[in-house]
Design a protein around this ligand. Structure first.
Ligand SMILES: Cc1cc2nc3c(=O)[nH]c(=O)nc-3n(C[C@H](O)[C@H](O)[C@H](O)COP(=O)(O)OP(=O)(O)OC[C@H]3O[C@@H](n4cnc5c(N)ncnc54)[C@H](O)[C@@H]3O)c2cc1C
Length: 383
């Protein structure tokens, strides 16, 4: 019997689209990697649980942790695209994209048994406690210290940019466990219960007026020794391995751009040169995303792929938001809540947020270095 995979995938897409239409937790008011209003957190937990229960998320996990044998890896891209197309909330936090792969690859049997079901049920929302005021692009320069004391670690330091930290139950933490080792070799990864005494989460209010990320202060926080992920001082490898798993953004970003291009065109008469240029960039971004998805599926991905998609997406997104704002003339100054604001200030928020996309998940300049050094084999920048 011949199985038409394209037709099967189309059927899967229709099924996912109908599922999202039925169970989604409501429209996402702002674009970007944002934190929901508190009242949306429970509906988002419910939707996340439903996506896992239906096998739309976590199909690639080992079967004993709820994965599905013989799953089609393209389905994960379809699900990410359909959530983006619907303009609704997907799962929030670092649990499904980062902590789960880290635990599956490096976790102890006890850690997997305890935490993986709670990621699937969304009982636990995780945050990513990597970046610090002095360590972002140069993440290996982090200085939060973990010192062993009997059967636990005592951790002190400061994290920043912690998206959804104020909603998180658990943190995926990197801390320095050997200050004398070369910087990449002295880091370990930990599971942190965010309700532990000494954890102080302070939301930052951003230029958008919303609070999507936080500062997290750690003051002599006790973490059980059993919460070390992977081997001691091997946190750099644990973190990099889990970051490699985070690929759904490759699919979701370009779908968002296509949706917002339609919104831009609906705003009214525009300068054809500008909209033509942006529309072309949106279509190129979508084509790049599809090409990289097929490289990932074929195992032929190279170091430039995800970096180039991310750069092109974030720059196109910025141009799109700028055009949407400019089209409103002086009205572009009216923000959300102002009756004069077009689409209740959606474009203003998108414009103010757009630069964050050029920084989060790897700043444009740093990704250009990745492309130059790792893909084009150009001389390394002096370090
Ligand atoms: C919206 C958002 C959400 C985030 N969420 C999280 C989160 O949940 N958890 C978390 O741990 N982190 C998070 N981050 C942090 C993110 O990973 C860092 O912002 C990013 O790695 C850049 O680090 P930095 O902000 O310290 O900037 P820096 O590294 O200080 O960079 C500042 C500038 O210098 C440039 N630069 C730096 N190094 C080089 C170089 N070698 N060559 C050329 N130019 C260079 C950069 O491109 C940038 O323009 C988030 C960031 C954003 C914007």
């Amino acid at each position: 019997m011949r199985i038409d995979t394209a037709e099967r995938l189309d059927r899967f897409r229709a099924e996912v689209r109908a599922f999202i239409a039925e169970y989604n937790p409501g429209p996402k008011r702002h674009t970007g990697v944002r934190a929901p209003e508190p009242e949306l957190v429970e509906p988002i937990r419910g939707f996340t649980r439903a996506l896992f229960d239906a096998g739309y998320l976590g199909a690639d996990w080992p079967e004993r942790y709820g994965g599905r044998a013989g799953h089609d890896p393209r389905e994960a891209f379809v699900v990410a695209e359909e959530i983006a197309r619907a303009g609704t909330w997907g799962p929030i936090g670092a649990g499904p994209p980062l902590a789960a792969p880290a635990l599956i690859t490096f976790g102890t049997p006890e850690q997997r048994a305890h935490y993986l079901p709670r990621i699937r049920s969304a009982e636990h929302i995780w945050c990513q406690l990597f970046s610090e005021p002095g360590a972002g692009s140069d993440l290996a320069g982090l200085s939060t210290r973990a010192v062993r004391d009997g059967d636990h670690w005592r951790v002190s330091g400061q994290k920043v940019w912690t998206t959804n930290g104020h909603h998180a139950d658990v943190g995926y933490l990197l801390a320095r466990t050997d200050p004398d080792a070369p910087k990449h070799a002295g880091i370990s990864a930990f599971i942190l219960d965010m309700s532990t005494p000494g954890v102080d989460v302070r939301p930052l209010r951003e230029i958008t007026g919303t609070s999507d990320f936080n500062e997290v202060f750690l003051d002599d926080v006790h973490i059980p020794a059993a919460n070390l992920i992977g081997r001691l001082h091997d946190g750099w490898r644990v973190a990099n391995s889990s970051l490699l798993h985070e690929r759904s953004g490759v699919a979701a970003g370009s779908v968002e751009l296509v949706r917002h291009l339609d919104d831009l065109l609906a705003l009214g008469p525009t300068d054809p040169a500008t909209t033509g240029r942006i529309a072309t960039a949106v279509l190129v971004s979508d084509a790049m995303s599809k090409a990289v998805q097929s490289h990932i599926l074929a195992g032929t991905e190279d170091a430039a792929d995800a970096a180039a998609v991310k750069i092109f997406f974030s720059e196109t997104n910025l141009a799109l938001a700028e055009a949407g704002l400019a089209l409103q003339g002086p009205g572009g100054l009216a923000a959300e809540g102002d009756p004069e604001a077009t689409a209740d200030g959606w474009w203003q928020d998108a414009f103010l947020y757009a630069r964050a996309y050029t920084i989060a998940g790897g700043a444009t300049e740093v990704l250009k270095n990745v492309i130059a050094e790792r893909a084009l084999r150009m001389p390394r920048e002096p370090r």
